[in-house]
Design a protein around this ligand. Structure first.
Ligand SMILES: O=C(O)CCC(=O)C(=O)O
Ligand SMILES: [Fe+2]
Length: 256
């Protein structure tokens, strides 16, 4: 609880939430040993992670096609978990009830403003448990994201897909990572699950070959600069790996 701060510049206290991280399956260990009560659902969790990764791979292939990369699987091959370790993590989140009154300056922030560190995030939320907000780029205001925007046509809430920082790097800032936060005041507890999809550790954050990105010119430069600043990269010439990017982001989040 409060060990992680997703917005260390904006908030003095760590986020009032709990998280349980589950690593991806590996050739040595199908899945990390889980404590009860999760241990009885190991097979289900493994299947869920595999399905999440397959969905991310499909989305990454679609992105490669849309960006007209010479090899449409440019992104997807870099996320092939059979080829090595990655920062991918499946996270169960729990926001306990709190009796702390909301500050007079605004809502009670349960996960500070941030963008996700990987390539894509799949977010799963429960009906009746709102709280997620997006920072709009046009007006700079926070907009709530309904759990199920079409309850009459969708029987279950859809999966929310966030673009993460690495896609901003790879596309020269053309794709912007989504800035979001979680706010709600006391009341009920809240659960959510996030599948943070990351590339293989040694993948470099270079610009993807793409005529579409070329055509975008330098319009992504502002976004790219924001990303560079987050991890202390000084300019175009400095290349870092996905592993180093994640290390630098986590260092700030956990105040290491
Ligand atoms: O709980 C949520 O809805 C979002 C959590 C989140 O954005 C994160 O953990 O990165
Ligand atoms: Fe997030």
């Amino acid at each position: 609880m409060a060990g992680e701060s997703l917005d260390p510049e904006g908030q003095k206290q760590g986020d009032p939430k709990e998280a349980f991280n589950i690593g991806p399956p590996s050739p040595l260990l199908q899945l990390q040993p889980l404590p009860p009560p999760l241990s009885s659902s190991t097979a289900l969790i493994l299947r869920f992670q595999t399905a999440c990764h397959a969905l991310c791979t499909t989305i990454l292939n679609l992105l490669g096609t849309a960006l007209e990369t010479p090899d449409p699987s440019w992104f997807a091959v870099r996320h092939d978990q059979s080829l090595g370790p990655s920062g991918t993590i499946f996270r169960l989140l729990y926001y306990p009830q709190t009796t702390t009154p909301s500050p007079s300056s605004g809502p009670c922030i349960r996960a500070g403003a941030h963008s996700d560190y990987g390539s894509l995030t799949l977010l799963f939320r429960l009906p009746g448990q709102p709280g997620l907000e997006l920072l709009t780029t046009s007006s700079g205001t926070w907009k709530p994201v309904p759990v199920n925007p079409s309850p009459t046509t969708l029987s279950t809430p859809p999966i929310l897909v966030n673009i993460g920082d690495l896609l901003s790097f790879w596309t020269g800032g053309m794709l912007k990572s989504t800035v979001h936060r979680v706010t709600f005041s006391g009341g009920e507890e809240r659960h959510s699950m996030a599948y943070f999809c990351h590339p293989l550790d040694e993948v470099e954050l270079v610009r993807v070959p793409s005529a579409v990105i070329e055509g975008f010119g330098d319009r992504g430069e502002g976004e790219l600069e924001v990303q560079r600043r987050k991890v202390g990269v000084t300019g175009e010439g400095e290349r870092i790996t996905a592993k180093e990017h994640l290390r630098r982001r986590l260092e700030v989040t956990y105040g290491l």
